[in-house]
Structures are given as C-alpha cells and as structure tokens.
Design a binder for this molecule. Structure first.
Ligand code: AHR
Length: 307
C-alpha cells in the first residue's frame, strides 16, 4: 500500500500482487448478496485480483471451481463451503499444489487441520443460543406450552446445523418449549414461504417461528399474512442475519427479534490473505462480533444498517 514494493525486502518482482480464487455459495439470500459485494469491494480496495465463482448452492460446482483455481495457480483459495462435509479430497489437492486455503463464513467438518490455514466467520452455535435466550426471556414465568416451528437453512450447512443445535441446547432446559415441526427452507424467501404454508396447514396452533435466516422469515411472513394471521403477534418470529428488509419488518412489528450475523467479511479476508501470502502466521479461527436487536431498537437502527 506504501507503493514501495521494490524496497520491501520480501521477495521482489511484484510478489506483493495477490490473486485470490473465491468460491461463493450462491446468491440465495440478502446476506449472501451483501457478503459477495463486501468481498468484491474489498478486493478492489486492496488491489487484489479476485477470481470469483458462484456455485449456485451446489457442492459439485464449488469443487470444480476450486480445481480450476488450482490449475490457474492462484495465490490463495478462499471459499464459503455450502455444506460441511466432503471436502478432504479437493483440499488435499490444493495442499499438494501448495495453495493455502482460507474458509470464510462457513466451516468444514474435516479432521485434518492442515487442509486450511484459517476460518473467518460467525459463531453460528452462539447465534442459535442467542435466539433461544430471547425466547426463554419472552416466556419467563409462563407455564403454558410454547409451540415452535423451525425453518432450517440449507441441509448439511454449518449455519443450519449449528443454529439448530445452539437453539435446541438452550430450550431443552424447559419442557414447555416444543418444536412441533422443523424443515429446511434452503435459506431462500420462496422456500421459506412454501414450507411455512405447509406448517400452517399441518399445525393447528403455532406460537413461534424460529427461522435460520431473514429471507426465510420474510417469505414466511407472506404465508402468515395470506393465512389471515398477524406475524409478530399471532405468531412470534425469531430470525437471524439482520438485513435491512428484516429491520423494516421488525420496525413494523412483524419480526420480534433479529440475531445479527455479519456478512461484511471482505476487508478482514483481504488482510488475512496478504498475511498468508507473506508467510506470516495467522489465527486459525477469527470470529465476527455481533449483536441482538429487538423491536424497540429496530426503527432507530434501520438507517445505519449497512446491509
Ligand atoms: O452462512 C451464512 C448464512 O448463509 C446466512 O445466515 C444466510 O442468510 C446465508 O444464506
């Protein structure tokens, strides 16, 4: 950044130029769109060449993209794994080609820690716990059963697995909380709406919807309104992410609480990549800092939301 590359002391000849191959999950949600923009903007700002590939929520596409990055001899491979399992083979290929891998946003369940240098992203278990903490408080001192339906994220993905288990861990302490139905809505509005319609048909009494992301919650709101019920009142809604549309819905009383998940990982990723390229040691796990927002805070927070 100083422009003094020739005097840097590190290996010369333009070695401070970095090419990153980035394999993105897809464009399934508002969160994801913000994440993509953050990575692309940050690359530009940092003078990093970014080879961007959209996997359209398919693991096979991500594996293909990673193999193509290896062939192109990029300096760093970064990717947000659509699901947790099944990465060892391709990550071993990257390792054999001596290309460091950075995980962004989502984790892999590989036992071999040498297959990636760092994992930058949120703590999804914590997010699930925060969602449940709100629920426990909301129904404190009440004995009646609380009927919950859950819209899960993409099956096999880290955020779906972890948000489900974090939530379950907290509510299991009180038997009045009952998860009556739980199904994937694949993190999209369309599927969130579709699955909520099915829940409304099959479940005579729903008190709470726990959606693993805002897009599914926003789709579900449509289904609830079309069924003649009031989202946020007849059915309380807990959501995760904190995109602007969710804050708008919350300020209208349609979502009760949003657990924040920060998609703006671009700058941190570029910084990490530069360190890795220079051979500096980096932290293996970098967690993003996030909050929880309730209805009374929604209107005030809305104008300053950055995604
Ligand atoms: O991995 C992060 C999750 O993926 C976000 O919560 C969701 O909106 C996105 O699709």
């Amino acid at each position: 950044s100083s422009g003094g590359a020739a005097n840097d002391g590190a290996a010369g000849g333009g070695s401070d130029k970095i090419t990153i191959g980035f394999s993105q999950v897809g464009a399934e949600s508002g969160w994801r769109t913000a994440n993509t923009k953050s990575v692309q903007d940050a690359a530009k700002k940092a003078g990093v060449t970014l080879k961007f590939s959209d996997a359209q929520q398919k693991q096979e596409n991500q594996i293909k993209a990673i193999r193509s990055f290896i062939q192109q001899k990029v300096d760093i491979i970064a990717f947000s794994p659509v699901v947790e399992s099944g990465w060892d083979t391709v990550l071993k290929e990257a390792k054999a080609a001596k290309i460091p891998v950075i995980l962004t946003d989502r984790a892999v369940d590989s036992q071999d820690e040498s297959l990636y240098v760092s994992f930058l992203g949120s703590d999804f278990v914590e997010e699930g716990k925060r969602a449940a903490d709100w629920l426990v408080k909301e129904y404190q001192g009440k004995a009646d059963p609380v009927n919950i339906v859950q819209l899960e994220g993409t099956t096999g993905s880290a955020p779906a697995n972890d948000r489900k288990s974090g939530f379950a861990d907290v509510i299991k302490g009180d038997p009045k909380f009952k998860v009556l139905a739980s199904q994937t809505g694949d993190f999209t509005r369309a599927k969130g709406k579709e699955v909520m319609q099915a829940f409304l048909k099959s479940q005579p009494k729903i008190d709470v919807l726990y959606a693993h992301n805002d897009d599914m919650a926003l789709g579900a709101i449509q289904a609830i309104e079309e069924a003649g019920k009031q989202p946020g009142k007849d059915i309380k809604i807990i959501s995760i992410d904190g995109v602007k549309d969710a804050f708008t819905a919350m300020s209208q009383g349609k979502i009760n609480v949003v657990v924040e998940c920060n998609p703006l990982l671009g700058d941190q990723l570029m910084e990490l990549a530069k360190k890795v390229k220079k051979g500096e040691s980096v932290e293996r796990r970098i967690k993003t800092e996030e909050g929880v927002f309730t209805q009374d805070q929604a209107a005030a927070a809305l104008p300053s939301r950055q995604y």
